[in-house]
Design a protein. Sequence first.
Length: 136
Amino acid sequence: MLIRQFRLPVFLHGHDTGFILECCAGLLDEDNPEAAIIREIEEETGYRLNTVTKVCEAFATPGAHKEKIHYYYGYYDATMHINKGGGLISEQEDIELVEYPISEIQQLLDNGVIIDAKTIVLLQWALLNQDKLVES
């Protein structure tokens, strides 16, 4: 599950539309990383996950910023779809849910369709850990 949303810096840097594919993400508000990603997934996709599993954490650009990214994955199915998603109007988000089978991830990466670094990290992790992506 990925999302497509407009990113002004990408558009200003020459991208045709500014709409890019990426994984769900958001800022930490008053909660911890796990609660934040569960909240963001629901806001952006309309799916309510009860649990997520941590992959790793890493600094995005340690030479320039102090931003630390916490990477998670989770399982979802149709029963978890509780609202339309699409992001929050108050945050001026216009988000489209896009689903791909794991078999298409390598092609998306090879063709340069995915240009967001955090998403590249998670998708490459997914390719290396496909055995963990099958819920038992």
